[in-house]
Write a protein that binds this ligand. Sequence first.
Ligand SMILES: [Zn+2]
Ligand SMILES: [Zn+2]
Length: 72
Amino acid sequence: MIWFTECTITCPACGARRRVEMPGSLWRLDCPACGAAMVTPAGGCCVFCAFGDHPCPDVQASSSCSCGAEGG
Ligand SMILES: [Zn+2]
Ligand SMILES: [Zn+2]
């Protein structure tokens, strides 16, 4: 079950928040505002899980919880 295909990602370098589409889990994404590379931290899933406000579609699809997407 995939609830979100977009998320608001916050750049750790410049603090810009941008709405971006999530094609899946990405290891690296360049900030659309300042061009800095956002790289998934060690042990992290992907840039969306690390810097976005929603988990990536891969994580959403693997979740069996059907109680909604609250909290977190
Ligand atoms: Zn930036
Ligand atoms: Zn992820």
